[in-house]
Design a protein around this ligand. Structure first.
Ligand code: NAD
Ligand code: ZN
Length: 345
C-alpha cells in the first residue's frame, strides 16, 4: 500500500498531527485527487482548537480540510467525463441524491448531507478520495490559488446573490474571508453602496481592497454616521450577515429600509436576542444560507472570475503543509486573510 502525508485530528484536545497514512483507493464512482494546495477554513480552526462544536461533531481519527485544488491521479471504473491529470476542485457537501430536497434540485439543503473533512477524510493530505459527483473541472484561466478557495467563495456568492443587487445599498456585517469576497461580488453585480463592518482593522483593509464603499469599525464609527456620509437616508436595501455576531445582526436590523432583504450566513449563537418587532413592522425578509447551490453557485463563480472579478486580495499567507502550526497560529491571531497550505512538494 502506497503511503502519503496527512494532517490528522488523531484524538480529542487542541492541535493536529502530521501522520503517514495509506493513499486511499478510489471506489467505482470515486476520483483520487493529488492535492496541490489546500486553504484553511474557520471550520478547520474550530477542529484544531477542539471547541464545543468540534467535540460534538468530529469523530477521531480524521484527516480534516475541504478547500483544495489538485490533479486527478486515478479514476474509479464507473467514472465518466474526467481524465487523469485534469485540474479539479470539489464541492465539500456530499448530498444523498434521493431525499425530497435532492430530488427537487436543492442539494445544498439535502437532509442527509455529509461533509468532507468533517465526517469523511478531507484534503489536508497529499491525496483525497472524492465521489465523482462532487468533483469540478475549473477553467485553466483561473489560478490554482483561486481554485483552492472556490468553496468559501461559493459561500460568499450564494449569500450575496440571494437577492437582486443592482443599484441597491448593501450592508455586510463581518469582513472576514467570506465577507470580503462578498464585497467584490456585490460590486461586480452592480450594488450602489457597499458598507462593511468589522472589529478587525486588518480585515477592514482587505474589504477596502475588494471595493467596499466604506469599511468601518462599528465601535469607532456608527453605522448611522456612515449612512449619512453616503446619503443613505432611509436604510439599507440588502443585508448580508457574515460575522455571526448578535450585536452586528441587531445593528443591521435597525438600519434596514422597509421591505429590505437579509441573507444570513454567519452562525449566530442560539441565545441571540432579536428585535422581532423591527423585522415584522419593516416587513423584512430573512433567508438562511447553507453551503453553495449545487451547482448553480459554482457556475456563477467560474463565470464571474472569467469576466474579471478579482478575489486575490483575500489571500494573504502561504505555507508548506509541514509548517501547519505556523499557519494555524496566524489564523488564530486573526490578522490574516485566507491562509493556503502547499501540499505539492
Ligand atoms: P471569519 O471569522 O473570517 O469572519 C467573521 C468576521 O466577523 C471576523 O473578521 C470578525 O472580526 C468579524 N466580527 C466579529 N464580531 C463582529 C461585529 N460585532 N461586527 C462586525 N464584524 C464582526 O469567518 P468566515 O470564514 O468569513 O465566515 C463568516 C461566518 O459564516 C462565520 O460565522 C462562519 O462560521 C459562517 N459560515 C457559515 C457557512 C454556512 O454554510 N452557513 C459556511 C461557512 C462559514
Ligand atoms: Zn438528499
Amino acid at each position: 500500500m502506497k503511503k502519503m502525508k496527512a494532517l490528522v485530528k488523531l484524538k480529542s484536545g487542541s492541535g493536529l498531527w502530521l501522520e503517514e497514512k495509506n493513499i486511499p483507493e478510489p471506489g467505482i464512482n470515486d476520483i483520487l485527487i493529488r492535492v496541490k494546495k489546500s486553504a484553511i477554513c474557520g471550520t478547520d480552526l474550530h477542529i484544531y482548537n477542539w471547541d464545543e462544536w468540534a467535540q460534538k461533531t468530529i469523530k477521531t481519527p480524521i484527516t480534516i480540510g475541504h478547500e483544495y485544488v489538485g490533479h486527478i491521479a486515478a479514476l474509479g471504473s464507473g467514472v465518466k467525463n474526467f481524465t487523469i491529470g485534469d485540474r479539479v476542485t470539489g464541492e465539500g457537501h456530499i448530498a444523498c441524491g434521493h431525499c425530497r430536497n435532492c430530488w427537487r434540485g436543492k442539494k445544498h439543503i439535502c437532509e442527509n448531507t455529509v461533509g468532507i473533512g468533517v465526517h469523511l477524510d478531507g484534503c489536508f493530505a497529499q491525496y483525497i478520495r472524492v465521489p465523482a459527483s462532487n468533483v469540478l473541472k475549473i477553467s485553466e484561466h483561473i489560478d490554482d490559488d483561486i481554485v483552492s478557495i472556490m468553496d468559501p467563495f461559493g459561500n460568499a456568492a450564494h449569500t450575496a446573490l440571494s437577492f437582486p443587487l443592482l443599484a441597491e445599498d448593501v450592508l455586510i456585517t463581518g469582513a472576514g474571508l467570506i465577507g470580503s469576497m462578498a464585497v467584490g461580488i456585490c460590486k461586480f453585480a452592480g450594488a450602489r453602496n457597499i458598507v462593511v463592518t468589522d472589529l478587525n482593522e486588518y480585515r477592514l483593509a482587505i474589504a477596502r481592497k475588494m471595493g467596499a464603499t466604506l469599511a468601518i469599525n462599528p465601535l469607532k464609527t456608527s453605522l448611522h454616521d456612515a449612512m449619512q456620509e453616503l446619503n443613505i437616508h432611509k436604510g439599507f436595501d440588502i443585508g448580508l450577515e457574515m460575522s455571526g455576531s448578535p450585536a452586528a445582526f441587531n445593528d443591521m436590523i435597525s438600519e434596514m429600509y422597509n421591505g429590505g432583504k437579509i441573507a444570513l450566513l454567519g452562525i449566530l449563537p442560539r441565545a441571540t436576542g432579536i428585535s422581532w418587532d423591527k423585522i415584522i413592522f419593516k416587513g423584512l425578509t430573512l433567508k438562511g444560507i447553507y453551503g453553495r447551490e449545487m451547482f448553480e453557485t459554482w457556475y456563477k463563480m467560474e463565470q464571474m472570475l472569467l469576466c474579471g472579478l478579482d478575489i486575490s486580495p483575500v489571500i494573504t499567507h502561504r505555507y508548506h503543509f509541514t509548517e501547519f502550526e505556523k499557519a494555524f497560529a496566524v489564523m488564530k491571531e486573526g490578522n490574516c486573510g485566507k491562509v493556503i497550505l502547499d501540499f505539492e512538494n
